[in-house]
Write a protein that binds this ligand. Structure first.
Ligand SMILES: [Ca+2]
Ligand SMILES: [Ca+2]
Ligand SMILES: [Zn+2]
Length: 581
């Protein structure tokens, strides 16, 4: 293992240009320079949009005062203008003396007259009176090493040498009533154990303040383009473009997902699928270097370009389909909106009954063949994992308790919608999660979870839920600590709401008008990308969906009555018992 690693590093070192590119395409959302704003709330006229947003946020801070020399409390991290509604949307994070505060965030929306018409997210009070250390005694490198040691001991190895990526940044971490100056180190791994580890290393003394594995799991838990063929997980012949090394005759599961952009200049998202089990041998370390991955290329020397690994074929074509869904329906260029590569790895672990997004890529197990088949076969599973990538680049919902349940739910909702989209615009509605890979030896028993009827699925009695089934109303939600506060359990409540918005029906005594999935996906995508924040729970989800519906289908100008669409969203959240306040 050591030998291979060194061999790899040497090759990587030989291609610095490629490595540099990998940093450029793998980065997080860039920050936009802070614009100095007034310190008290003033009327919108004559101010820039950014000034209005900051004034508005400052007005929400009771003790906001420049005299405490904390600098700006709010930093604009993304802004977008919506030409369809003439509205302007901003996402901010809070900072203390220029250092971002973990888990903080707000969204603010301005109408065409620069008036604030919607805002989400909580604002920290008394931040200016807090005394938080801002001078690090520890280097970033030291912090990364501390985190690596921690991860190594967690996954039971002596030293962490193989990982998919490490990011670190200086962050103020609010934890148990105190603010800590920390380096937040995020480590993505796929072998020997998949994970997305977050370490908060105290920058003043090197102590680990907290750590957790934020991997999102599905329950239960120089190449020429050529056309290739292969059988997918279900034995269907598929054809797809791959990359071929003409000098050796070897083809690799590497290509591009082409959709969106313009006819003459389409968006092309790099697409690469790897195998976690193979030993490194191939000269195509180039691709691993480019993509920062530590696994092995899926290759074939067949002159017909035939690929013999069904799990890899399925992962590859499903990543392409989900990307096309986001590109064509939501005009989103890959998961980060900036064309990031879509990397999938199959054959993770031994009979692993799971799939995951580790912050960098999609990971799929083979399943045990009884509870689950090869997970990469599920288009909705791919859609679920890839949506976690969209979420982490937008609302970045914290993966715990209510915000975690909303995160999981949106992954299920867009997983289902991506699958229906791929099946064609007129395909019947299908609101089951993972039905194609669930219990492969039993036909027709649905999926892991049901969005249409969550309570038709049983839950382990240890959770103590009513009738031991998934909850479909808020009042029946799980309040325990398992499953990060029930993220895969309480997601059902919001899943049911989205289902009702799309398909209509009566639930819990409330009747909801059917809006269809094309309207539903517009509303939820807008809520996710423009309104939800890291701390959003069910109430925020309700209000964000209603606001998104109002934007797209405005209230009657004369009577002020909400549109049919807005009413349906309100009814859906009434039906699942999520209160307005
Ligand atoms: Ca499905
Ligand atoms: Ca089955
Ligand atoms: Zn998930």
């Amino acid at each position: 293992m050591k030998k291979n690693h060194q061999k790899k590093m040497r090759k990587k070192a030989a291609i610095p240009a490629v490595l540099a590119l990998s940093f450029a395409i793998g980065g997080l959302v860039p920050t936009i320079p802070t614009i100095a704003g007034p310190t008290s709330f003033v009327h919108a006229e004559g101010l820039s949009k950014q000034d209005v947003v900051k004034s508005f946020l400052h007005s929400k801070v009771q003790d906001y005062s420049k005299s405490f020399a904390t600098g700006e409390q709010f930093k604009i991290v993304s802004e977008q203008t919506d030409s369809t509604t003439g509205t302007y949307h901003v996402r901010t994070v809070e900072q203390y003396k220029g250092i971002p505060i973990y888990g903080s965030g707000q969204t603010v929306a301005l109408d065409a007259n620069n008036n604030v018409f919607a805002s989400f997210g909580t604002v920290t009070q008394k931040l200016s009176r807090s005394i938080i250390p801002t001078e690090a005694a520890l280097s970033e490198e030291d912090a990364v090493n501390i985190a690596k040691e921690g991860v190594a001991s967690q996954i039971g190895i002596d030293e962490l040498k193989r990982y998919d990526g490490i990011d670190s940044e200086l962050t103020i971490y609010p934890h148990e009533g105190k603010y800590y100056l920390t380096y937040l180190v995020k480590v993505s791994t796929s072998t020997p154990a998949p994970g997305y580890f977050h370490y908060f290393v105290d920058a003043t003394n090197g102590e680990v303040v907290n750590n957790f594995n934020a991997m999102h799991e599905v329950d239960p838990t120089k190449l020429s383009p050529v056309m290739a063929r292969g059988l997918d997980v279900f034995g269907n012949m598929q054809s797809f473009p791959v990359g071929k090394d003409l000098s050796t005759g070897t083809s690799y599961l590497y290509g591009g997902s082409i959709a969106g952009g313009t006819t003459t200049s389409p968006n092309i998202v790099p697409l690469a699928t790897f195998d976690a089990r193979r030993m490194p041998e191939t000269p195509f370390i180039l691709l691993s270097g480019l993509l920062g991955f530590t696994g092995f290329e899926v290759e074939t020397k067949s002159s017909t370009n035939f690929f013999y690994d069904p799990a890899a074929v399925s992962a590859h074509i499903n990543a392409d389909k989900v990307n096309k869904y986001y590109q064509t329906v939501h005009k989103r260029n890959s998961l980060d909106g900036k064309g990031m590569p879509l990397i999938s790895t199959v054959h993770i672990g031994s009979k692993w009954n799971n799939a995951a997004w580790n912050g960098k890529q999609m990971l799929y197990g083979d399943g045990d063949g009884l509870t689950l088949g090869s997970l990469s076969g599920g288009l909705d599973v791919a859609g679920h994992e890839m949506t976690h990538g969209v979420i982490s680049n937008t609302a970045n919902l914290t993966y715990q308790d209510e915000s975690g349940a909303i995160n999981e739910s949106l992954a299920d909702i867009f997983g289902a919608l991506a699958e229906m989209n791929a099946a064609g615009a007129t395909s019947p509605s299908e609101w089951e999660m993972g039905e194609d890979i669930y219990t492969p030896t039993r036909e027709g028993d649905g999926g892991l979870r049901s969005l249409s009827d969550p309570s038709s699925k049983r839950l382990n009695p240890i959770y103590g839920l009513k009738n031991n089934v998934y909850p479909s109303i808020y009042q029946d939600r799980y309040l325990g600590t398992e499953d990060k506060g029930g993220v895969h359990i309480n997601s059902s409540i919001n899943n049911k709401a989205a289902y009702l918005v799309s398909e209509g029906g009566t639930h819990n005594g409330v009747t909801v008008t059917k809006l269809g999935r094309l309207t539903t996906e517009k509303i939820y995508y807008r809520a996710l990308t423009m309104y939800l924040t890291p701390s959003s729970g069910f109430k925020d989800m309700r209000n964000a969906a209603i606001q998104a519906a109002r934007d797209l289908y405005p209230d009657n100008k004369t009577t002020g009555a909400p549109s049919t669409q807005t009413k349906a969203v309100i009814a859906a959240y009434d039906a699942v018992g999520v209160p307005a306040e």
